[in-house]
Design a binder for this molecule. Structure first.
Ligand code: ADP
Ligand code: MG
Length: 682
């Protein structure tokens, strides 16, 4: 980074061989490493109003001694010293253990400063430190460092402060003055001083601001440079089609497109026409109408003389998409084919032949689509639906499948904007943030399991109006015996309950594809009125006549998943309902249920989910791709993240960034990340 990376910590006074070794064991060998060892928290000795201090919090107060201290001994060594202290308008008690000698130093009416743990109920401070003088403002916030072995926090304070005094002036700043001025950011040198030796909270805040921006900017530069390079290095195809033909096509649809649909169609078609390879994420809440957008894009590639592929995670979904795409695309003579694991034998051979011959224009299927045996005649566009269910690996294979096709990833799980920017930073993102007109809010209730009888009465009432209902039982792993059993139990309970009146179907991951299809057909045709199911119906299933969604053990699902499940209803014109049966034990669990009842907006839910679970957990621990920052917090510093992303985008696309001296440090940094030499992020 700078010269300080070459200077050994041994050049600091007081760091001998032993300490040097101890520091090295912590990965600290240079001055640079040392001053980059940030405090992980601070000890706060600032004066506070006791009214604002929480129970058991550590606090420093100044007060006047209001009673003569009393000293009590227990046994030989243990003692307790107690006195009253007048702090502002509060008369509190101070208790001090095992320091009997303080008694003689404390005289009535003297002003002292004490630090200790506040017991709100007893209005007592248990003393940790005392100063026999009024409060002094110097060094009221002390840094606390992670240490190892014999190194103490105090030693770190000393070494770092010495290092800053000695070498602080040599700290270089990667962020050029123009950017610093724009956001009134501290120089790196000042920010380092303030993060290690803050005089007050305002210092800390300013230092944090600076490092948050720096971390985000560096990260985003990497992402945006990668994106730019990917564009330049993976030449795509300029697809040629007539926009007016697309308009004609949309006019055949039974509804006008929403404004958001029009906007994303525009974004997608611009990408398709451009010589770059499209690498776009399309986010849209359940029911926002992504399938139509996919159909339009697929039609565009067919108009351009190419084939399209739509890949989905389950066979049920593949079949549903086949049907809706056929409905739309056959009117314009586009032939849609299906390829899943259960398309076998002769039929499979024939499908493969037609795909290779270009007779099938659009192929819909599961991951079977990316197997080697599938050869396209001329693939122009690949779309995946419910993208996050595919691994990163599959995403790659897909993009590497012949001929540089444009790629569109669709997801119905609204990914918090925060994460979309970081995890998918190298992609372009389109968002459908508007629902088709006339959609009603799904009324959502949270009840305890002992309300089952009333819920069933409610379901019965809805069924009497000609509607249908889903009843979901939790299932974490499709092969999990216990949970399948759970669905089976509920199925038999409900079959018994509705006997002679309504038919109850059963759906779970262990049925054969044929059986699943049979069940779905019966439910679609309203031959079955209640469908008891595991989460296999979570994605994509579309039965507009279903208006009730009952979810057992709802506390076992994440917010996003509950939202997906809820999205199975509210797809028709009737008012729909979602009943969450849950007895959550934890506060977070209760909060999750409450949030569900308060909003239908998937983006709001996903942001809340992220806050409750934290970034690492959002996609599941593995391959989450969520970067770790030292100072910044993706959720709370979201605004800064956005700003940094915009700045990074502008920079990498400008010539001055690549040429001007002002940016040389940033360029150097980018070079070191390996992005520029074509190494990938991971
Ligand atoms: P998603 O895949 O985003 O969850 P779909 O594409 O399945 O949503 O659309 C949900 C329902 O809304 C479908 O029945 C579809 O026909 C309908 N739909 C889509 N776009 C519109 C629109 N602009 N106006 C009215 N209905 C629409
Ligand atoms: Mg869909």
């Amino acid at each position: 980074m700078d010269k300080l990376s070459d200077l050994s910590v041994a050049s600091i006074k007081g760091i001998g061989e032993e300490t040097e070794q101890a520091l090295q064991d912590m990965g600290i060998t240079t001055i640079h490493d040392l001053i980059e060892h940030f405090p992980y928290r601070y000890e706060d000795y600032q004066l506070k109003d006791l009214a604002e201090v929480k129970h058991e919090e550590r606090v420093t107060v100044e007060g006047k001694i209001h009673s003569v201290p009393t000293l009590t001994y227990f046994g030989k060594k243990k003692s307790r010293l107690t006195f009253r202290l007048l702090v502002g308008r509060y008369l509190i008690t101070v208790v001090c253990f095992n320091r009997p000698y303080y008694k003689s130093k404390l005289s009535l009416d003297e002003t002292i400063t004490v630090t200790g743990k506040w017991d709100q109920h007893r209005q007592t401070i248990t003393l940790q430190e005392i100063q026999f003088s009024p409060f002094q403002r110097q060094q009221t916030i002390e840094p606390v460092y992670a240490t190892k072995g014999d190194l103490t926090v105090k030693a770190f304070r000393r070494f770092i402060s010495l290092a800053l005094n000695q070498y602080g002036e040599q700290v270089e700043d990667m962020i050029p003055p123009s950017l610093r001025d724009r956001y009134k950011l501290l120089s790196r040198k000042d920010a380092l001083k303030m993060i290690h030796l803050p005089r007050d909270h305002s210092d800390l805040k300013q230092a944090r601001r600076r490092f948050v921006y720096e971390e985000f900017l560096l990260f985003q530069l990497k992402m945006q440079a990668l994106r730019k390079l990917e564009r330049e290095q993976s030449p795509g195809i300029s697809q040629t089609f007539d926009s007016s033909s697309l308009v004609d096509f949309t006019n055949l649809l039974p509804f006008p497109l929403t404004g958001a649909q029009k906007r994303v169609v525009n974004e997608i078609t611009i990408d398709m026409k451009s010589p770059y390879r499209m690498n776009r994420l399309l986010q849209g809440d359940v029911g926002s109408g992504k399938t139509v957008v996919a159909a339009i894009a697929l039609y565009a590639t067919v108009l351009s003389g190419r084939q399209g592929a739509l890949m989905v995670p389950t066979e049920i979904l593949a079949e549903q998409h086949l049907e809706s795409l056929q409905n739309m695309l056959e009117k314009v003579d586009v032939k849609v084919g299906l390829l899943t694991g259960s398309v076998k034998g002769k039929t499979r051979k024939e499908v493969l032949r037609q795909v290779q011959a270009g007779e099938i224009h659009v192929l819909v299927g599961t991951h079977a689509l990316i197997q080697d045996e599938v050869q396209f005649h001329n693939l122009g566009l690949v779309i995946t639906d419910e993208q996050h269910r595919f691994g990163v690996g599959q995403r790659r294979v897909l993009r590497e499948k012949g001929g540089n096709p444009d790629v569109l990833f669709m997801t119905a799980t609204p990914i918090p904007r925060t994460l979309a920017i970081t995890v998918f930073g190298e992609m372009d993102v389109s968002i459908i943030d508007e629902m088709p007109a006339g959609r009603k809010m799904i009324e959502t209730y949270w009840v305890k399991h002992d309300m089952l009888e009333r819920i069933l009465q409610f379901v019965d009432k809805e069924l009497s109006l000609g509607r249908q209902a889903y009843v979901i039982c939790p299932l974490i792993e499709e092969s999990d015996k216990l949970d399948v059993q759970n669905a089976i139990d509920v199925h038999s309970t409900l079959t018994h309950y509705f006997h002679g009146k309504w038919k109850v179907g059963l759906m779970h991951g262990r049925l054969t594809p044929d059986e699943k299809e049979q069940v779905m057909k019966e439910f679609s045709a309203n031959d079955v009125q209640v469908l008891v199911s595991t989460t296999v119906v979570e994605v994509g299933v579309n039965v507009p006549n279903a208006t009730v969604m009952v979810i057992y053990d709802a506390e076992r699902f994440g917010l996003s998943q509950l939202h997906q499940l809820r999205g199975r209803v509210g797809r028709g014109s009737e008012q729909s309902y979602c009943v969450l049966m849950a007895d959550p034990k934890s506060e977070v669990g209760k909060e999750r249920m409450t949030i569900m009842t308060e909003t239908n907006d998937g983006f709001v839910l996903s942001e809340r989910d992220l806050e409750l679970r934290g970034p690492g957990d959002f996609f599941g621990k593995k391959q989450s791709g969520v970067p770790e920052f030292k100072v910044a917090d993706m959720v709370h510093d979201y605004r800064a993240l956005e700003v940094a992303r915009d700045d990074a985008t502008k920079l990498v696309n400008s010539t001055i960034f690549w040429e001007d001296e002002e940016y040389s440090q940033l360029r150097l940094h980018l070079e070191k990340t390996g992005v520029l030499s074509g190494e990938k992020l991971d």
